[in-house]
Structures are given as C-alpha cells and as structure tokens.
Design a protein around this ligand. Structure first.
Ligand code: SF4
Length: 263
C-alpha cells in the first residue's frame, strides 16, 4: 500500500508519448517555489475549501491523498493502455518525491513493466542511493531535477543539501540510464549566469543526458498554501521572461545539449 494524491491522464510533458502520471504523496524537501504543497506530507490530509453558490460562500471539507494498493493504481493506469501504447507513451511516477515511498514505487514500477509500459520516474534526486539502485532496472527514463549548484543556497531554498542529489545523478549516469534534466528557472533564486554555468559544467562531466528541460516558474501554486496551513515564502517578484528563457536555452544548447523550454 502507498499514498497518492492524484492521477493525471493524457499527460504530454512527463516523458515520451501520451502518459498517465501517478503522483505519490510525501517529499523530504520544502522548496520555496513548490507548486504542489499538497504533496509534502506523506499522509492523507483533511483541508477546507471555500465554495461559492448562489452568491453565498460555503466551506467544504476535502481529503487530499488516498491510501491505495498497487493493483488499484494499475487498474486506473490500464484504462488508457491503448492510447499509451499507440502513442509510444507509458507511465510516469511523480510527486512529491516518489522515492519517499521506495517499496511502493518499486512495486508500481515492476507492475508497470510486467504490463509492458515504458516507465519514467520524476525525482528530486534526494533519496537513498540503494533505493535508486533498486528501482533503476525497472525505470526507462529519469526526469531529474537540478535546482541550485551552490550548496548553501540549495539548503536555504529547499531545506536540504544538494550533495546526495548530485551523487545519485552521477550514479545513474554510470549505470547508463536515460536521463532528462529538469531545471526550474526561478527569478532571483537560480537564474544567475553563475548557477547556469555551474550546472552546465557539472552536466558536461556526465554521460547519457538525453535532454535538458527548462521550466519557467510561475506563482501558480500560491493559492493552495493557505489551505494546507503553509506559508508561501516566494517574494512578489517579476517572473522570468520568454526572452530570458530563450537566452538560457541558447547558452545550454551552445554546450551541445538538446534543450526544451517547458518540459
Ligand atoms: S522537490 Fe518538488 S515536490 Fe518536493 S518540495 Fe520541491 S518542488 Fe515540491
């Protein structure tokens, strides 16, 4: 059994083809910019939302997250099997941090492989190396976040050091796994040329980086924070512009990487 908080069908940004993305609840990081604050706690949570009806506002109770078995998840996933097979898609496990529930994730990956699906794991990289070792044989593609190369800034903005994250990425490259790097580009936090150059230098030492996805940050998760009793720490700053994103894309491309804006 494990805890999930969403299943998204017909996803087109979480790996090749048309996919079903399963969101596992729980994350050891606490990134300032997180779009999914409902993913942080690993247990189902009771929250209240305001609903407007006929000019009146009502408060409605909602449980976010659900304990489910592997077979329950797979019966949901299999509903779109034909579409996924015909489009060259598959199943993506995201979060939260999917490796925060390593045994559940491993069983989901094994079940997906036995159904013949292409599998992807969308990870922050912050997990035990032995858990990466266990899931790697059942994972076709890793979508791997690279947020900040400066460790002090990484600790400040995510709550954890980046050392384990970088080490796990090196390990997966040594195992010759397919990897897409995902860089969330956040105005005033990691959009410096220094951080970009340090990221490129690190990636150039690795083998098997299939693509770099640049994900422009928008304040879209802000409204959820209050409902989950969390403080939104992102300052009200300008957002990254298309021109800035284009210049980052060109800089990374000029170093020989395939780059995509928006994942
Ligand atoms: S790693 Fe992802 S899910 Fe976890 S806090 Fe950061 S942005 Fe949110």
């Amino acid at each position: 059994m494990g805890v999930i908080f969403d299943i998204k069908r017909f996803a087109v940004h979480d790996g090749p083809g048309i996919r079903t993305t399963v969101f596992l609840k729980g994350c050891p990081l606490s990134c300032w910019w997180c779009h999914n604050p409902e993913s942080i706690k690993q247990v189902p949570q009771k929250v209240f939302k305001k609903v407007k009806l006929n000019g009146k506002t009502f408060t409605e109770e909602e449980i976010v997250g659900k304990e489910v078995s592997v077979s329950e998840v797979m019966s949901q996933v299999n509903r779109e099997k034909i579409v996924m097979d015909e489009s060259g898609g598959g199943v993506t496990f995201s979060g939260g941090e999917p490796l925060a529930q390593p045994d559940f994730l491993l069983e989901l990956l094994k079940a997906s492989k036995s159904e013949g699906y292409h599998t992807a794991v969308d990870t922050s990289g912050f997990a035990k190396p032995e858990d990466f070792e266990k899931i790697a044989p059942f994972t076709n593609l890793f979508l791997y976040d690279l947020k900040l190369m400066d460790d002090d800034l990484h600790k400040k903005y995510t709550g954890v050091s980046n050392q384990l994250i970088l080490k796990n990425l090196q390990f997966l490259c040594e195992c010759e796994k397919s990897i897409r790097i995902r860089i969330p580009v956040i105005k005033g936090i990691n959009d410096s040329i220094q951080n970009l150059n340090d990221s490129i230098s690190f990636l150039k030492e690795l083998m098997g980086i299939e693509q770099v996805d640049l994900l422009p940050h928008h304040h879209i998760g802000r409204g959820k924070y209050e409902r989950f009793g969390l403080k939104y720490r992102m300052p009200d700053q300008q957002q990254i512009t298309d021109i800035e994103m284009k210049s980052f894309e060109q800089l990374i491309e000029s170093e020989g990487f395939k780059v995509k804006i928006g994942g």
